[in-house]
Ligand binder design. Structure first.
Ligand code: SAM
Length: 313
């Protein structure tokens, strides 16, 4: 393959599909798969290609890769001509990745904990990640809350997290993560990935999820109260919205209307937002949270600046 007229350096001489080869390779370098970093390598080429295909990228597209590990997906992204910014925490892997891909002008490595490093990184158009189980939900929430959006994200997560991301209002798995993702993306579940597709084999199954960015008029702007509101309301998702909303209002530093006032305001906001008075949090769509957040901002402005952060076609 050519990159700007120059032949690309060869891809790593590592058989990513062989647990034996990976184990030997890691042992020779004094490395191992660390549980604390959720290091399970996707050793099934077909699954890797399906995830890469789902991203639908072309030559020159800027892709963030979260947790490249030994670089199996990185190699696939570079082969497709992507410009990759890879975020990796493991020092041993960082050195390997530099060896493997450092000479490739389309490869940039960001060393450290992605939860801390992403705000400084140059923007990407796409995101790919076989996400470590302990940071998956946190990272997706942070990116949306931090208004760092992508045209498309393809992530591999634990099945239970995949269900939460894709869950519609009123369903068993509907959570603050579902509402947060739905406010910016349309989420599609991809194939489920059995533990046997990974080395070392995890106890739980995983699943791919594709998230396509919603465009302009559908999503509108994200009011400042939106994220704090859904986080607070979902703390008790089976309760009635009016009671949780009252507590949220009472927790606002600027609120001086007392408990009775908060109760009345909560009932009034529900009515204005077209939400039935006895409705439960778990049945609200993201548009309801947006409506409530906008109404709140009209009354108590400090948190509520409107920001139009969405992509307009
Ligand atoms: N992409 C590889 C694959 O699919 O075979 C490895 C995926 S493995 C499940 C997760 C990767 O994320 C590991 O390389 C791990 O070191 C890295 N990782 C874990 N926590 C991280 C964090 N907070 N910031 C950046 N990378 C992290």
């Amino acid at each position: 393959m050519e990159y700007g007229g120059t032949a690309l350096p060869p891809l790593p001489p590592l058989n990513y599909d062989s647990p034996l080869a990976l184990r030997k390779f890691l042992a020779e370098r004094g490395l191992g798969a660390q549980k604390k970093y959720g290091q399970n390598f996707l050793i099934n080429r077909d699954m890797r290609n399906r995830l890469l295909d789902a991203l639908e990228i072309g030559e020159g597209d800027r892709v963030w890769e979260i947790g490249p590990g030994l670089g199996a997906m990185t190699a696939g992204l570079l082969e497709r001509g992507a410009l990759v910014t890879a975020f990796e925490i493991d020092r041993g892997f960082i050195a390997l990745l530099e060896d493997f891909f450092g000479a490739n002008p389309g490869f940039t490595l960001v060393a450290g904990n992605v939860l801390r490093t992403w705000p400084q990184a140059a923007a990407g158009e796409y995101l790919l990640g076989n996400l470590p189980y302990n940071i998956a939900a946190l990272l997706l929430g942070d990116l949306i809350e931090g208004k760092r959006f992508f045209k498309r994200m393809v992530v591999t997560v634990q099945k239970e997290v995949a269900r939460r991301i894709c869950a519609p209002p009123g369903s068993r798995d509907y959570s603050s993560l579902s509402a947060l993702c739905a406010s910016a993306y349309r989420a599609y579940p991809l194939r489920s990935i059995p533990g046997s597709c990974f080395y070392p084999e995890p106890r739980v199954d995983s699943q791919g999820v594709r998230l396509d960015r919603l465009a302009g008029p559908v999503s509108g702007g994200l009011p400042g109260y939106f994220v704090p509101l859904i986080r607070r309301l979902f703390a008790s998702r089976r309760k009635m919205v009016k009671n949780n909303l009252r507590d949220f209002i009472l927790s606002l530093p600027a609120w001086n209307g007392g408990e009775q006032g908060a109760q009345e305001l909560s009932a009034g906001l529900l009515e204005k937002a077209g939400i039935p008075p006895e409705e439960r949090v778990e049945r609200l769509a993201w548009e309801h949270f947006i409506a409530l957040a906008r109404l709140l901002a009209e009354i108590t402005p400090p948190l509520g600046e409107e920001e139009d952060t969405h992509v307009h076609p």
